[in-house]
Ligand binder design. Structure first.
Ligand SMILES: Nc1nc2c(ncn2[C@@H]2O[C@H](COP(=O)(O)OP(=O)(O)OP(=O)(O)O)[C@@H](O)[C@H]2O)c(=O)[nH]1
Ligand SMILES: [Mg+2]
Length: 619
């Protein structure tokens, strides 16, 4: 490697990011790297998906936040960055990729390159990262290694920005079994071939001469140590008690004293007396700092380029809870608390945007997709916040006087028996099929272009209509001219007409009209949605209604009423379900659905007013 006069290289370190489509095995591969590099004691039980340490990550089995770890192999420290593969969290990949010099691109040996594979590879190549391809899950039956390899070559041809990027290594692995090899038919005993390939091919970090400079790429918090700024040192060294400055997005400068400096090893952070350029470190003592800020020596105060993140595609309002049951279940229920929490999220959640609205109690929150926003809602609910949210909507904007909307590529892997039903649902949602491949065994991959608004609420009907047997993936494509409203095809809802507690008799009557969402004993209020009507319009139902008492016992009427179990909705399903004139009420204990206007007469007045305005516009 050429040694430029003003640069040095550190051969004792490699910085790599692990990137891939969702579920292709990134976190599992890091398990193998951690276990095989012996960062744990022999008798220590560490489990699986070790890096998915956040509670929601463990529950959902996906990575949500990018995280750092490190292993030592042949005296070289390999700093590893685990990234999420789900498109909604792709902002995380953009955020952390600048810390790495190389990346491992994992591709499933059966599924092959998927939309997010392309997205992450494009970012890695644009950043000039040295890429090593790992075809993973070679233990799966029906692997298609030859086809997958050729698709990977096609992808590189399409995305490479320099010819030398086409010269990449391919390894074959089963992350789950902890094995890797350089030839697909000669399985290894461990993953040393991956470690060796990293050492031989990923360039060691370059070090610029000069005084301390680091880009903050991640934040953490510790109740004793306070805020922890994590990033790669580009220049100089940092040690406890150093005086440094931070430079924020507006160029404002703040002075700080470094408290402690840590480097990573396994799941631990090691306190060090000094850290040098090229390493990824965690620094405490810097209270006022956000991701994207530069921290640097005051004597050479230059800011590094800020991290650029793609724009959000979906928005929804967050407001204080205005239901009759408000304030009973949450610890934080006021506008001030909600506002403070949402704006605090911006310090670390880079692809999120928050704006005040005309109403002081409501905030507009914009994110990368329904799941991105749902994770924020679930996190806040668990922290004790109580609030209400509106239906998510695609973000439109005007470019050159034309209204445009976000459009995504939707990839569906399914069985050929579902082609008809899916095509029908999707055409109503303005999707256009651009590709369909059948492997001759009934497995079909369909690819569509679809406006983001058409995807909202699609996931649940997709899962029911294909009986949970299919997989869908989406990825943002760009903005295109607005194609007009999509007419909602959801049925009407059963709306509680009373305040009180639902009882079996009332619910049984409601079940005569459709599906119910609540069980007997549930507290309800007027305007709360308690079920789905079997017809298109909303109807009020009295689920608190008791059976009239009579003195005469009839042999049939006293037989206990048997209720069908209620349909219970998760937060994501609830967000998917509601339409424009409805809200989801979120508290630490409950997720309720409601009409925005609670009384029947209010709703009646608003629909007739809407009809009148349509008529007058038609004239
Ligand atoms: N058969 C097989 N399964 C694997 C292998 N590697 C990972 N898996 C499984 O694939 C699933 C997803 O693995 P993860 O490691 O969470 O994938 P990921 O890429 O980190 O996923 P995200 O972070 O959510 O994008 C888990 O059920 C793993 O057990 C492998 O080599 N073979
Ligand atoms: Mg993961």
């Amino acid at each position: 490697m050429q040694n430029l006069p003003y640069m040095n290289y550190r051969n004792d370190i490699r910085n790599i990011a692990i990137i891939a489509h969702v579920d292709h095995g990134k976190t599992t591969l890091i398990d193998a790297m951690l276990k095989q590099s012996k960062v744990f004691r022999d008798n220590q039980t560490v489990g699986e998906l070790i890096m998915d340490s956040n509670t929601l990550e463990r529950e959902k089995g996906i990575t949500i936040m990018a995280k750092n770890t490190a292993v030592v192999y042949r005296d070289v420290k390999i700093n590893i960055i685990d990234t999420p593969g789900h498109a909604d969290f792709s902002g995380e990949v953009e955020r952390v990729i600048s810390m790495a010099d190389g990346c491992l691109l994992l591709v499933d040996s059966v599924d092959g390159p998927m939309p997010q594979t392309k997205f992450v590879l494009r970012h890695a190549l644009q950043r000039g990262l040295k890429t090593i391809v790992i075809i993973n899950k070679i233990d799966r039956p029906n692997t298609q290694i030859a086809e997958v390899t050729s698709l990977i070559h096609d992808l590189f041809l399409e995305l490479a920005t320099r010819t030398e990027q086409l010269d990449f290594h391919i390894l074959y692995a089963s992350a789950k079994e902890g094995i890797a090899c350089t030839e697909p038919d000669k399985p290894g005993k461990d993953i040393t071939s991956i470690f060796d390939c990293i050492l031989a091919n990923v360039p060691p970090p370059r070090i610029e001469n000069g005084l301390f400079q680091m880009l903050v790429s991640n934040l953490d918090y510790d109740s004793h140590k306070g805020r922890i700024a994590i990033g790669r040192i580009w220049r100089g060294t940092v040690a406890p008690h150093d005086s440094i400055i931070s430079i924020n997005a507006d160029g404002d400068v703040n002075y700080h004293e470094v408290a402690e400096v840590f480097t990573h090893l396994g799941l631990k952070r090691l306190k060090v007396d000094q850290a040098e350029a090229g390493d990824i470190v965690a620094v405490t003592g810097i209270e006022k700092v956000s991701i994207g800020d530069t921290i640097t020596s005051p004597e050479q105060p230059t800011a590094l380029p800020r991290i650029e993140i793609g724009e959000p595609t979906v928005e929804m309002t967050f407001g204080i809870n205005t239901s009759p049951l408000a304030g009973r279940e949450g610890r934080f229920c006021t506008t001030r608390q909600l506002r403070e929490r949402l704006y605090r999220e911006l310090e670390s959640n880079l692809s999120l945007r928050v704006h005040d609205t005309n109403s002081p109690d409501t905030f507009m929150v914009k994110g990368r997709g329904e799941l991105h926003l749902a994770i924020l809602i679930e996190t806040m609910r668990r922290e004790g916040y109580e609030f209400e949210i509106s239906k998510p909507e695609a973000i439109t904007k005007t470019i050159d006087g034309k209204l445009v909307e976000p459009v995504e590529v939707l990839t569906i892997d399914t069985n050929d028996e579902y082609i008809g039903v899916l095509s029908e649902i999707l055409s109503k949602r303005q999707a256009k099929m651009i590709d369909m491949r059948n492997d001759g065994h009934g497995n079909v991959r369909m690819v569509f272009n679809i406006p983001t608004k058409g995807l909202l609420g699609f996931r649940s009907s997709f899962l029911t209509s294909t009986r949970g047997e299919s997989i869908m993936n989406t990825i943002f494509m760009g903005f295109e001219p607005w194609q007009g409203e999509i007419i909602s095809t959801r049925n009407g809802v059963l709306v509680s007409s009373e305040q009180g507690f639902a009882i079996t008799y009332g619910l049984s009557n409601a079940q005569g009209r459709g599906l119910t969402f609540i069980k007997p004993g549930t507290q309800v209020y007027e305007g709360m949605i308690v079920g789905l009507n079997s017809r298109l319009q909303d109807i009020p139902v009295n689920v608190c209604k008791e059976k009239k008492k009579t003195n005469i016992r009839s042999s049939t009427s006293d037989i206990a009423v048997k209720l069908t179990p209620p349909m219970k909705m998760s937060l994501e399903q609830a967000i998917d379900f509601v339409i424009k004139d409805e809200l989801v009420e979120v508290t630490p204990k409950n997720i309720r659905l409601r009409k925005k206007l609670l009384t029947y007469s209010q709703r009646l007045r608003s629909t007739s007013a809407a009809r009148l305005s349509v008529k007058s516009r038609a004239k």
